[in-house]
Design a protein around this ligand. Structure first.
Ligand code: BYC
Ligand code: FE
Ligand code: FE
Length: 483
């Protein structure tokens, strides 16, 4: 009998989908594998291919205890196909097919819409690995290096997850799309990744932490929406991806928190009470809080762009056809069809920010984005509690949703982080007050030194409170290969 909880290692590709008796798909995946490894070596972490990294690997899809930890060379990591267990008699949770049995195959009429969403999701996964390619060179510790690589291999696995869906359920088109996913490149002029934020640079570790806090959290929300899909295999694969996603956001939240902690400690030790006394604080070799706020502003707003337009017929169609749901769809108390419901959406009209009630069906993106902002606020509050505990008078804030936008109703609108409308010239003149300037970037870059001694940390970041897998402080998370 097929074991749907424990992962089978009887084929090259670990899985809980019975690949060994699904020869056609096994063959397609095995054919795709060398291209993937080639991509990993050429576009994944630069260097470190021979080093032993203490990584977790899924051995089960049981929500409790699904992973084991061990040393592995990254190119030999066993990327697998893992679906959350099938829910018996699962029904389509929303839209015009509400209550009908969930689909085990793609309905013909929704094929292209569904394929598009799977391709977009798949495209972001390798893109983030590409964006983070060079960070290993400036890791502040072995602990952080290991976390970077853990995130990278799991994003690689998320690509496998989408490639499996494409190859198994979308025939020839799906196989072609799977190949294309290895051809587009983050930041490429000819063949860029599909979504804006995934063509931006992740130039330093503070960016990496902000990215994993804010952009991986968009990943969480989009996966939550797809986990509600009436197409059951997609739902199941997204549900398992979500269990991995939690660690990525943990890396981001604690990374930013440790950066803040170190800055506050250094300020206190030097007797600096004014958090805006930037030159003096930077002279201590730590990142001043206003600059951390600028990085937050950048990554939060880039991530808001990933939700698409506030009002979207694409999103309405996806919801109505049962291809994706709202965040926690099954827990919402309404008709799940949004027949007469409305939803408030902000707009930018003639230099004014207005709130307008629109049909809720068309505001699916906006609603998910609002849920995202609420979710993102949690960590910001915890960072502020940390600052307060250190006795420093400063507060991090999420900027207004109209600030620095490139997609949707507020595209290019001259709005401040506080939500004030100003002239385009004033906005341009004040940009560097709100977003990292070249000089800010250069300063942060100057702090990015590699620290590879077990238990030691670069001067700009505090050590973590607990180790990964409860390992002691001086644990050698990456064993650097001596040539
Ligand atoms: N950049 O109706 P609209 C993750 C396009 S992150 C460029 O407003 P829709 C991860 C759009 O394609 C999660 N183009 O948007 C995180 C459309 O083009 P067409 C990734 C954009 O379709 C960290 C047009 O504008 N997963 O997993 O309702 C590390 C009008 O579109 C952008 C998903 O996003 C943009 N930002 O919503 C690793 C889930 N935004 O059709 C991984 C799947 C919009 O006119 N994606 N456009 O040619 C979706 O559900 C939707 O496609 C979107 C956009 C939410 C992205
Ligand atoms: Fe992912
Ligand atoms: Fe992630």
């Amino acid at each position: 009998m097929l074991d749907l909880i424990n992962v089978s290692y009887d084929t090259q590709i670990p899985n809980n989908v019975g690949l060994s008796s699904d020869r056609r798909i096994l063959k397609a995946l095995e054919k795709w594998h060398p291209g993937y490894i080639n991509w990993w070596k050429g576009s994944g972490p630069d260097g470190f291919l021979e080093d032993l990294v203490y990584l977790r690997t899924a051995v089960s899809v049981d929500p409790k205890g699904w992973a084991k930890f061990d040393y592995v060379k990254m190119p030999e990591y066993r990327w697998g196909i893992l679906l959350a267990p099938q829910v018996e008699d699962r029904r389509i949770p929303c839209g015009e097919h509400l209550g009908e049995p969930a689909w085990q195959e793609v309905p013909g009429e929704y094929r292209s819409l569904m394929r598009r969403l799977v391709v977009i999701q798949g495209d972001t996964e390798p893109a983030s690995v590409e964006q983070q390619r060079f960070l290993g060179k400036t890791a502040p510790s072995l602990y952080d290096l290991r976390n970077l690589f853990q995130v990278n291999v799991e994003e690689g696995r998320h690509l496998w997850a989408m490639v499996y869906i494409l190859q198994k359920y979308f025939g020839k088109d799906g196989r072609e799309e799977a190949d294309e996913l290895l051809l587009r490149q983050s930041g490429s002029a000819e063949k860029p990744r599909m979504l804006g934020a995934f063509n931006e640079e992740t130039p330093d570790w503070l960016s990496f932490f902000m990215f994993t806090y804010f952009t991986d959290r968009d990943g969480k929300m989009q996966l939550e929406a797809l986990a509600q899909s009436g197409f059951d295999p997609l739902s199941r694969t997204c549900r398992f991806m979500l269990t991995e996603e939690a660690h990525h956001m943990f890396v981001g939240e604690t990374g930013v928190g440790r950066t803040i902690q170190r800055t506050c400690e250094a300020m206190n030790a030097a007797g600096i009470t004014d958090p805006t006394d930037i030159d003096k604080i930077r002279a201590l070799g730590v990142i001043d809080l206003p600059t951390i706020q600028k990085k937050l502003n950048l990554h939060y707003t880039l991530s808001l762009d990933l939700f698409g337009s506030e009002v979207s017929t694409n999103a309405a169609n996806a919801f109505n056809s049962g291809i994706k749901g709202r965040y926690q769809e099954t827990k919402i108390d309404d008709d799940h069809r949004l027949k007469d419901a409305t939803y408030p959406v902000s707009e930018y009209v003639n230099g004014k920010i207005l709130l307008r009630e629109v049909p809720a069906l068309t505001a699916i993106n906006m609603r998910l984005r609002d849920d995202y902002s609420k979710d993102a606020l949690g960590g910001v509050k915890r960072w502020n509690a940390l600052i307060k505990k250190n006795g420093v008078a400063f507060e991090m804030k999420l900027p207004h949703g109209g600030f620095h936008r490139q997609i949707g109703a507020f595209k290019d609108a001259p709005i401040t982080p506080e939500g004030d409308v100003i002239s385009a010239d004033d906005w341009a003149a004040r940009r560097d007050e709100w977003l990292p300037s070249t000089a800010d970037g250069d300063f942060i870059q100057s702090l990015m030194v590699t620290v590879l001694e077990p238990g030691e940390y670069a001067g700009w970041i505090a050590p973590p409170r607990v180790g990964i897998d409860n390992k002691p402080g001086d644990f050698e998370y990456v064993q650097i290969h001596q040539a």
